[in-house]
Design a protein around this ligand. Structure first.
Ligand SMILES: Nc1c(NC[C@H](O)[C@H](O)[C@H](O)CO)[nH]c(=O)[nH]c1=O
Ligand SMILES: CC(=O)[C@@H](O)COP(=O)(O)O
Length: 139
């Protein structure tokens, strides 16, 4: 049993609930312990994971959020920088699954967040489990 932290950016609550449910289902089905930490937006996710990883309290992480394109360049910043931050932490050896949706509209997000449809939260959780398995394999 490993200890996983889901770090969720609670920007779109109804979509987040579905993504977190999918991630939690996948982690618990695999026999892992799950806690959830909430941050304001996707840009805060890498920093929160970095702090939580330093605490030594968790073995792996699932980043959950939804970024929907608006009218300005802000979408590119939030989508790109959150992914860049997560990838930097991954390359430092932290097991993270990226479940941050970056979509054009809410309809695209709904289909991807719903555990009965694309279940991107569950997919991200399985990716985190796979990375943790690799960490242990190469330790
Ligand atoms: N527009 C979205 C944001 N924006 C907020 C930023 O993530 C951040 O919280 C703010 O700039 C303060 O640092 N966040 C999302 O998760 N989704 C969005 O669509
Ligand atoms: C992440 C975004 O693009 C969005 O929430 C911001 O919208 P806008 O560009 O219209 O300010």
């Amino acid at each position: 049993m490993a200890r996983f932290l889901i770090v969720e950016a609670r920007f779109y609550e109804h979509l987040n609930d579905m993504l977190v449910a999918g991630a939690r289902n996948a982690l618990e089905a695999a026999g892992h312990a799950v806690e959830v930490l909430t941050v304001p937006g996707a840009l805060e996710i890498p920093g929160a994971i970095s702090l939580a990883a330093e605490s030594g309290q968790f073995d792996g992480f699932v980043a959950i959020g939804v970024v929907i394109r608006g009218e300005t360049y802000h979408f590119e910043i939030v989508a790109g920088e959150s992914a860049r931050g997560i990838m930097a932490l991954t390359m430092d050896g932290i097991a993270i699954g990226n479940g941050i949706l970056t979509v054009e509209d809410e309809q695209q997000a709904l289909v991807r967040a719903d555990p009965q449809q694309k279940d991107k939260g569950g997919e991200a959780a399985k990716a985190a489990i796979a990375l943790l398995d690799l960490q242990q394999k190469f330790a």
